[in-house]
Design a protein around this ligand. Structure first.
Ligand code: SF4
Length: 434
C-alpha cells in the first residue's frame, strides 16, 4: 500500500501546534497589543514540534514494507490510505481536506488522535474509520492489510519497548526546534514513557494517555544512538510529562548517556515531587540543560479543587533556584481561570511567576477539553461551543468570578508584564551570552 500521513494546518497568524495539550493542539493567542504580538511571533519562530504519533505510525507501516510519505496541506493523488491526525484547533480544515480526498481520490481516509477519539461523530461523515485511543495497536492490524470501517478502539501498548523507533526520515526534521529551551540543532523530541500517575481533572493528556508506562533505559539509549548516527542530533527533548517519576530509571538513562559518550544537550518535563538536587546533578552531567514544569497556580486551594497535586512552594523554589544556579533553563506553565480563581489569585500567580523568573513562563487559559472530568463539571456553563476556539488561550465557559474580558486582559497582562521586565530582560541576555 501507499500511505500518506497528512498533517493539515490552517493559515493563521497564531502558532499552531498539534502535538501540545496532550495532542488536542493549541494556537498561541496572547493578545492584540504590540508587545503581545511580539511574544506571539517569537513563539511561532522558536517552537516547532513534530506530531509524535505519526513518527511511530510511519515506522510500523514501513517495517511491514509499505510506502509511507508525509505531507502538509496537500491532497495526495495516488495513495491507498490517508491517515490524518485530528486536533481540536484545526478540526474544520481537517474535515475540508478529508471531504476533498474522498470526493477526488480513491484513498481510504482514517483519523487518529485525542479529539477524534472523544468526538468521532464529527469526523465520521468524511472518514472511512476513526481510531480511538493510542493508535499503534490498530495501525499494526492495518499494516497487515486490513482496512477497518467505522469507529474502532485501539488498545494502549503496555510494553513500549516493542515499538519501532519513530521514522523521522520522512519528516522535515531540520524545521523542528524548541527555542529558547533547547537551542542546539538538529533537534528531535523523544518519548521515554507515556501516561501519568496523577489525575488533574482538567488534563487532556491524562484523558488520552491514561496509566503511566515506561520504556527501559537501554531501549531509550539505543534510540538516541540511532538518532545521533542517522541525523546527527544535538538537541533532545523528553516530551513525556513525568520523565523522572522513576528516579532510578532517570539516573540510569543519564549514566548510559555518559557511558556511551552521546554528547547531547537535552530537556525534560517532570513534576517537582520527582526531583532532588542529587538527581539533578547526575542528569546535568549527562547534558540535561532545560526543565519543563507545571506550576499552574500559586494558590493551593485553587489547585486542590482542580485535583492537582502540587509540590510545596518551598520545594518549587528550592528546585528552581538550584536549576538556575547550575545553568539549567526552566520553563514554568501556569493556568489562569481555574474554577476557583479570582482576580486576586491570578495576580498572585503572575507575581509568583515573576519571582521565579524562569526563562519561559507560559500562561494558558483554563480550558474544558472534551473527554476530561473538568469538561463534564462545567459543560452546563459553556457558552462557546465552537471547538476550534478551545486553543488554550480563549475562555469558553462562564467563570463564577471572572468575565471573559477580564480573563483575556489578565492573560495578556501576564505575558507582557512578565517578558518586558528589566529583571527578565537581564536574565534573557545572560542566557544568550552563555
Ligand atoms: S501531572 Fe496532571 S497535568 Fe501533568 S500530565 Fe499528569 S495529570 Fe496531566
Amino acid at each position: 500500500m501507499k500511505i500518506t500521513l497528512l498533517n493539515v494546518l490552517s493559515e493563521r497568524e497564531e502558532c499552531i501546534n498539534k502535538d501540545t495539550m496532550g495532542g488536542y493542539g493549541s494556537a498561541t493567542k496572547i493578545g492584540n497589543g504590540f508587545f503581545a504580538k511580539l511574544i506571539e511571533s517569537k513563539k511561532k519562530s522558536g517552537v516547532k514540534l513534530p506530531i509524535f504519533v505519526l513518527g511511530y505510525i510511519a515506522a510500523i507501516f514501513s517495517n511491514k514494507g509499505h510506502i509511507v510519505e508525509y505531507k502538509i496541506n496537500e491532497i495526495p493523488r495516488d495513495s491507498d490510505l490517508v491517515i490524518m491526525p485530528s486536533s481540536i484547533v484545526d478540526y474544520k480544515i481537517e474535515l475540508e481536506y478529508a471531504k476533498k480526498i474522498k470526493e477526488e481520490t480513491n484513498a481510504n481516509v482514517g483519523f487518529i488522535g485525542p479529539f477524534a477519539s472523544v468526538k468521532p461523530e464529527i469526523y465520521l461523515k468524511y472518514a472511512d474509520f476513526i481510531i480511538k485511543n493510542e493508535p499503534e495497536q490498530a495501525i499494526m492490524n492495518i499494516a497487515e492489510g486490513k482496512i477497518p470501517k467505522g469507529i474502532i478502539e485501539s488498545q494502549p501498548i503496555k510494553d513500549l519497548d516493542i515499538l519501532h523507533y519513530p521514522k523521522w526520515d520522512i519528516f522535515p526534521i531540520e524545521d523542528y526546534g524548541y527555542s529558547p529551551m533547547v537551542n542546539k540543532k538538529p533537534f528531535i523530541p523523544i518519548l521515554s514513557s507515556r501516561g501519568c500517575i496523577f489525575g488533574c481533572n482538567y488534563c487532556p493528556y491524562k484523558a488520552y494517555y491514561g496509566k503511566w508506562r515506561q520504556r527501559s533505559p537501554e531501549n531509550i539509549i539505543k534510540e538516541i544512538k540511532y538518532l545521533k548516527e542517522k541525523f546527527n542530533i544535538k538537541g533532545l527533548l523528553f516530551r513525556d510529562p513525568l520523565f523522572t517519576y522513576d528516579k532510578n530509571r532517570a539516573k540510569k538513562i543519564a549514566e548510559l548517556i555518559i557511558k556511551e559518550n552521546l554528547d547531547i544537550e537535552w530537556a525534560c518535563e517532570t513534576h517537582f515531587d520527582f526531583l532532588d538536587k542529587e538527581l539533578i546533578d547526575i542528569l546535568y552531567s549527562s547534558g540535561f540543560r532545560s526543565l519543563n514544569v507545571g506550576i499552574e497556580s500559586s494558590d493551593q486551594e485553587v489547585l486542590k479543587k482542580a485535583t492537582r497535586k502540587s509540590a510545596s512552594i518551598e520545594k518549587q523554589n528550592e528546585i528552581i533556584d538550584y536549576c538556575h544556579k547550575k545553568g539549567i533553563r526552566v520553563a514554568a506553565f501556569y493556568i489562569l481561570g481555574l474554577p476557583e480563581d479570582t482576580e486576586k489569585s491570578i495576580l498572585q500567580t503572575i507575581n509568583y511567576a515573576k519571582k521565579l523568573n524562569t526563562i519561559v513562563a507560559q500562561f494558558f487559559i483554563s480550558t474544558p477539553f472534551p473527554g476530561t472530568n473538568f469538561y463534564e463539571q462545567v459543560k452546563e456553563t459553556i457558552y462557546d461551543n465552537d471547538f476550534s476556539h478551545y486553543n488554550s488561550y480563549t475562555p469558553v465557559f462562564l467563570h463564577k468570578n471572572l468575565t471573559k474580558e477580564q480573563l483575556l486582559n489578565l492573560k495578556e497582562k501576564a505575558f507582557v508584564s512578565y517578558y518586558f521586565r528589566p529583571k527578565y530582560v537581564l536574565r534573557f541576555i545572560k542566557d544568550k551570552i552563555k
